[in-house]
Design a protein around this ligand. Structure first.
Ligand code: ZN
Length: 549
């Protein structure tokens, strides 16, 4: 040892070499990323009294909970949420700016994962015409495959196509979502199953579990009163929206005749079917069978459909979480038996939260409201016409708290795009419920402490996003047809939409909790640190050190 080094330096050197292992710790055999669609942070605790010991409570008791985890961008929707969890990047980088938007590259409105270059496998029509090509950066699942010569297997499973496709990344082994028409799990020719569904998926579909789950009425899981939820919630159903009426029991055989297999999405049994299929995938694809870690991306969508339909105070929503709790217990028991808890790494989070229903807050005289974004295109266009005294269609679309302008029409009319944008900013700022509006140029120049400017900037992709961006006031929402039934939505930079659970469990995860601020984009780089692999190539997140202790 060098005698010239001062004592503190020697100590530092000694502790450094003593604590840093020369090689990576043996990895978990299986990683399961669970996204519970529309799960607010408080749902970890709201129904605690009625949760069993083996689901959410076991996660919190034996795992590590990052209690102060938020999304850091707008809009907080399903596509961007799943992309952010797995890329460690906001929409500004990964390119997933919404569920659907006006696409300047395509010259038309697009759905996030639509890909007309691929075909449906296992079903008919366009239901399978999806791929991850929209995603511009790698996922942690891509990085895992790239890290070990593709020895790790990666599978995505979710009722929603986007909830399966975006997490599984660009190079998974398989990716499945649910076809409402046939009641089957399907995929697309983008994936390795391009020639047809593997036998095990065909066999699973042939069991017709989707029929079994809709053969009897949906009743409450527990007989005791659901006094965590509001009674008489169905008074908010004004009958204008033809959906499933509120109130137990739900006659699923009759509803299935009316809505087909879609009805399954609006029941907790959509989640149960998702888990049934995921457990079959673990068995038949031999996930976690050897020392090389495999990754299952598992997303539960029914909670989102149910929240949109009935809102965050409905008994239906409570029942969905109680039944999901039972399904999680089923999953953890299975993992115990199959692998042992310490050989599996699980994290549970959500793709966004969910708001108080505006009409309910208004009843309580709490400020809230609905902005008619879906009908804004015409008045926005008229504002430009009036200002410049020119006829024309200058506005492509208003959605996602953005406005896309037709730059060609504006140029032909001799109007500068930025001048048109400023007219819309002035118009929008005068609308009830609009907190602020900016041209994209002005938004980019605002200081970081300007309210919600950083969140909106992280949602703006240079080639894809709109020309005008606006922010609604707290508890104000873009119009959503399910509001007329007491349902909820999400999409804002406010805590009800950004604050989600993040609980880690299993392999080398200490038990405990932290209230230190964490971003959802920290999940992927934390997984990379645990596995000693590279973080996704667009990642902006930080490693959550408390989980690696
Ligand atoms: Zn969602």
């Amino acid at each position: 040892m060098n005698r010239l080094l001062p004592l503190p330096a020697l100590l530092l050197f000694a502790s450094f070499t003593a604590t840093l292992p020369a090689q990576a710790p043996a990895p978990p055999r299986l990683i399961i990323g669970i996204a519970v669609d529309q799960m607010r942070y408080d749902f970890l605790y709201r129904y605690s009294e009625k949760y069993g010991p083996g689901g959410f409570k076991r996660l919190l008791r034996e795992g590590f909970s990052c209690e102060n985890t938020h999304f850091n961008y707008v809009p907080t929707y399903t596509g961007p949420g799943h992309a952010a969890i797995y890329t460690g990047a906001p929409p500004a980088i990964n390119g997933v700016i919404a569920n659907e938007w006006w696409d300047p590259e395509w010259g038309k409105h697009r759905y996030v994962t639509t890909d007309t270059m691929v075909k449906t496998v296992g079903g008919e029509g366009r239901v399978g015409q999806h791929s991850p090509r929209v995603l511009l950066s790698t996922t942690i699942t891509d990085e895992l495959r790239l890290s070990n010569n593709f020895k790790s297997k990666v599978v995505g499973i979710c009722l929603k196509d986007r909830g399966s496709i975006l997490p599984a990344g660009h190079i998974p082994n398989a990716c499945y979502w649910f076809d409402d028409k046939g009641g089957n799990w399907i995929t697309s020719t983008y994936y390795p199953d391009s020639l047809g569904l593997p036998q095990w998926v065909q066999d699973f579909n042939a069991r017709r579990l989707a029929d079994q789950y809709t053969a009897t009425p949906w009743t409450r899981l527990l007989t005791q009163p659901y006094d965590e939820s509001f009674a008489g919630w169905d008074r908010y159903d004004d009958g204008k929206y033809i959906g499933m009426p509120g109130g137990f029991p739900h006659d699923l055989p009759a509803l299935k005749k009316k809505f087909g297999y879609t009805v399954l999405r609006f029941t907790p049994f959509g989640n149960s079917l998702t888990l049934d299929f995921a457990l079959e995938a673990i068995e038949k694809m031999e996930l976690g069978a050897d020392a090389v870690p495999d990754f299952l991306c598992l997303s539960f969508s029914a909670t989102d459909y149910i929240g949109h339909q009935w809102g965050i105070h409905a008994e239906e929503t409570q029942d969905a979480y109680l039944r999901l709790d039972a399904d999680l217990a089923r999953l953890f028991n299975y993992l115990d038996q199959k692998f042992g808890k310490n050989n599996v790494l699980v994290f549970l989070t959500s793709d966004h939260g969910g708001a108080e229903t505006p009409v309910h807050l208004e009843d309580l005289e709490v400020p809230a409201g609905v902005y008619a974004e879906s009908k804004a295109e015409m008045p926005l266009n008229e504002a430009i016409q009036a200002e410049f005294g020119k006829k024309g269609d200058f506005v492509f679309e208003a959605s996602n708290q953005q406005v896309w302008l037709d730059h060609v029409s504006l140029r032909d009319a001799g109007i500068e795009s930025e001048d048109a944008a400023q007219v819309l900013v002035k118009y929008l700022r005068a609308q009830p419920g609009v907190y602020d509006a900016w041209s994209r140029r002005d938004l980019m120049a605002l200081p970081d402490d300007y309210p919600y400017a950083p969140e909106h900037r992280r949602g703006i992709h240079p080639r894809r996003s709109g020309d005008v961006i606006f922010n609604l006031e707290p508890a104000w929402h873009a119009d959503d047809k399910t509001f007329s039934q007491g349902g909820t939505t999400h999409g804002s930079p406010y805590s009800y939409d950004t604050h989600v659970p993040l609980v880690w469990y299993g392999w080398r995860v200490p038990s405990g909790a932290s209230f230190a601020p964490v971003s959802v984009t920290d999940i992927a780089p934390t997984l990379a640190a645990m596995l000693r692999i590279m973080e996704p190539n667009g990642s902006t997140g930080k490693v959550i050190e408390a989980v690696l202790r």
